[in-house]
Each structure stands twice: as structure tokens, then as C-alpha cells.
Design a protein around this ligand. Structure first.
Ligand code: ARG
Length: 403
């Protein structure tokens, strides 16, 4: 009996060719695994294709709930945006796919796992770091990184091995999709100076095609997570799917990012993340109401460290949970309602309220009924500015002596 490796299979050209390639070049039997992460593909068709191409067995796993509750939820609490822009949609999915690869490998008694990433990106790092941390005894095979085939040679190889090409030939872009967003690379996008063509977008309308009247929306939060839309309680998966459709129809969620990959390459990335953009905007706004300015300042450092760690493929590093210890504690008070307006590409917060809000009208008001004693400000301002006043005086004196 041949040894087995488990391949993360998307149903696309690269991983289809990989099934044959692993059998031919390495002499392994291939078991394929496809997760439903909300990418909207038909998992039955993918399974059929894998088996037709000679996979020994195929696993289809609906992992949407786990993806939302264990990965996206943490990203929401951390306001996760890599380099201030990218909601980490692809990055979050890789450690989960890796975990499932390892679990299936154990079940199958496999000697290794395989993935379809190239040697130029972040995904190889995310897969391999996670797999090594979970089971260092597993071999890792990265056929696309190893085979060195050009696109033409790959198509030729596919043709020779009876891999259906009909869907592939018209494809301009390299796309990855899940519940948290859609990433688009390649083709005309490789010129960072050129505006992305409309054909690159699938989940969002251009602002000129978006409705002329705005939509208003209330997102309810509890413990840092969105739990309702317009007063109706929703699970995280349903809430995100619904928001992707609604916010996307108003043109919300288009992100054009010149991104620094871990491997040192700058790359032009295009994203469509309607739900992520709206939810992160609402969540960080609500935090501003309930956390002190000192907490907010420090949390920004923690949030950006969390985002970088996850982008760089280090989901399994203990630092993530250390940071989450702080984040979790702050989220206890992040409950309330955020009102948003979706209009021609923007998701703007137009109101927020919370039982934990630190906003105090009797302090803030310019009206007469205020508890803020303005007389105290005189001495405060004097002392606040003291170090700067002294420094300026000394500088003036030194300039005089020097002259
Ligand atoms: N640049 C993004 C990231 O590193 C998206 C990668 C998209 N991956 C893909 N196979 N198309 O997370």
C-alpha cells in the first residue's frame, strides 16, 4: 500500500494539477480536503472533481461556524487590519485549514500534508508554521513551489492528464474567498499605478451603481461581538453573510492596498470585504465610547501587534493568546448599539449608545447645566505646559548667549 498525503484542495487549476503531480513525482496516494469557509463554492462538485482526478478519498468539512467563532471573532475584538487596511480575510483562514489538514492526516495515518501555495507569498508560511507546530513529524509538500512550471507548461500538463480547463482559460485574476472577504491579485492589478477594472469586483457595486438613497443599519454588540442587525438577533455567520450582501450592494468594502508581504515583496492587493469594513468601523467606534483614552491608546499597540502576528503566519505563537488576554478583558464592556449609514461606498457611524458609555453629557455640554468646573482648568493648563515653557525659555537664553 502506498503512503498517503492530505492535500488542501480548492478545486482550482493549481491544486488539481497537484493531485496528479504528487501521485506521479512523489509516488504518494492523495487524500483531498476542502473546507466550506463561506467562499460560496459547490463542495459537491469539488468532491466529484477530486475523485475523478484520482484522489483516494475526499473530505468536505463545513467549517463556517468554527471559522467565525474562533478566528473572525478574535479579529473583530482586535480591530484587525494589517498595515491599517487589510482585514486579514485570507490570513485568518490558513491556520484553520492547516489544523484540519493535520486532523485528517491523523485520521488517515498519512505521512504528510500538501498545499497549493507558491514560494512568493504569505500563505506557504501560514500553512507550514501551523502544521509544524501541531505535528512536526508530518512531511510538508508544496508542489507549486517546487515544480517550477510556467503557466503554459501547467496548462499543457493539465491537458495531458485530463484536468478540465474550461473554467480556467478565461480567468484573469487569482482570487481567494471566504466569509470575511475576497482577495484579488494578478493580471492588470500588477500595475499599481492603474485603477482596478470593474471586472475585478464581484461582491461590491461601484459607488456610481449603488442606490441613490442611503441605508441605515443598527448593529448590536455584546462583549465585543456583533449579535444583532436592526434589533434582530443573528449568529455570527448569518450576520456576516447578510452584511456582505447589504454593504456590498452600497459599494462598501473595496480596498486597494500596496501591501508588504512577509517575504519582502511589495504587492498590489485588491480586497472586497463589505461586512468586515462595516463591522470593524462599528466595533472600533463603540470601543471609543466605553474604553478610557489610556486603554484606547494601549489597545492600538496590542491590536496592531496581533494583526501583524497573524499576517506573518504566527497564529500558533503563544504571543497571540497573551495579547488576547488583554483584549478579552477590554471587550467585557464593548456592548451597545451602533447606528451606521451605508451610502455610495461608505459605511459611516452616525450614532452609538452603550450602558458602559463613558460619555458624560453633564461634563461635555456647552450648555449651562455642567458639572465641569472651568476654574480648575487655569491651574491645570499652567502645569500641563510647564515643561514646554521651561524648555523654550532655556532655548531663548542659549540663543542669546550664542549670538
Ligand atoms: N495578500 C493577502 C494575504 O497575504 C491575500 C493572499 C491571497 N491569496 C491567494 N491565494 N490569492 O493574506
Amino acid at each position: 500500500m502506498k503512503e498517503v498525503v492530505v492535500l488542501a484542495y480548492s478545486g482550482g487549476l493549481d491544486t488539481s494539477v497537484a493531485i496528479k503531480w504528487i501521485q506521479e513525482k512523489y509516488g504518494f496516494d492523495v487524500v483531498t480536503l476542502t473546507l466550506d469557509l463561506g467562499q460560496g463554492s459547490d463542495l459537491r462538485l469539488i468532491e466529484e472533481k477530486a475523485l475523478k482526478l484520482g484522489a483516494l478519498r475526499h473530505y468536505s468539512i463545513d467549517a463556517k461556524e468554527e471559522f467565525a467563532s474562533e478566528y473572525i471573532a478574535r479579529a473583530i475584538k482586535a480591530n484587525a487590519l494589517y498595515e491599517g487596511k487589510y482585514p486579514l480575510s485570507t490570513a485568518l483562514s490558513r491556520p484553520l485549514i492547516s489544523k484540519k489538514l493535520v486532523e485528517v492526516a491523523w485520521r488517515e495515518g498519512a505521512v504528510g500534508v500538501a498545499h497549493g501555495s507558491t514560494g512568493k507569498g504569505n500563505d506557504q508560511v501560514r500553512f507550514e508554521v501551523t502544521v509544524r507546530a501541531l505535528d512536526p513529524s508530518l512531511k510538508i509538500i508544496a508542489p507549486i513551489r517546487e515544480w517550477g512550471l510556467s503557466r503554459e507548461e501547467e496548462l499543457e500538463y493539465a491537458k495531458r492528464h485530463g484536468i478540465p480547463l474550461s473554467e480556467e482559460l478565461g480567468k484573469t485574476f487569482s482570487v481567494d474567498k471566504n466569509l470575511w472577504g475576497r482577495s484579488v491579485e494578478g493580471g492588470p492589478l500588477e500595475d499599481p499605478g492603474a485603477e482596478p477594472p470593474e471586472a475585478a469586483f464581484e461582491w461590491t457595486r461601484g459607488p456610481e451603481k449603488a442606490p441613490d438613497s442611503p441605508a441605515h443599519l443598527e448593529i448590536g454588540f455584546e462583549g465585543g461581538l456583533p449579535v444583532s442587525l436592526n434589533g434582530e438577533r443573528r449568529g455570527l455567520v448569518g450576520l456576516i453573510s447578510e452584511l456582505n450582501a447589504l454593504a456590498g450592494s452600497h459599494g462598501v468594502g473595496r480596498i486597494d492596498h500596496l501591501e508588504d508581504r512577509l517575504v519582502g515583496i511589495k504587492s498590489r492587493e485588491l480586497y472586497e470585504c463589505p461586512a468586515a469594513v462595516a463591522i470593524l468601523e462599528a466595533h472600533s467606534d463603540l470601543e471609543k465610547a466605553v474604553l478610557t483614552r489610556h486603554e484606547l491608546e494601549f489597545k492600538q499597540l496590542v491590536d496592531s501587534a496581533w494583526s501583524r502576528l497573524v499576517y506573518y503566519g504566527l497564529w500558533v505563537d503563544p504571543l497571540r493568546e497573551d495579547l488576547e488576554g488583554f483584549i478579552e478583558r477590554t471587550q467585557e464592556r464593548v456592548s451597545g448599539i451602533v447606528r451606521m449609514r451605508l451610502y455610495k461606498g461608505n459605511a459611516s457611524v452616525v450614532g452609538r449608545s452603550s450602558p458602559f458609555s463613558l460619555y458624560d453629557l453633564s461634563l461635555a455640554t456647552y450648555g449651562l447645566e455642567t458639572r465641569f468646573d472651568q476654574r480648575l482648568s487655569e491651574g491645570f493648563v499652567e502645569i500641563w505646559g510647564l515643561p514646554s515653557k521651561v524648555a523654550n525659555a532655556i532655548r531663548r537664553r542659549a540663543e542669546k548667549i550664542g549670538a
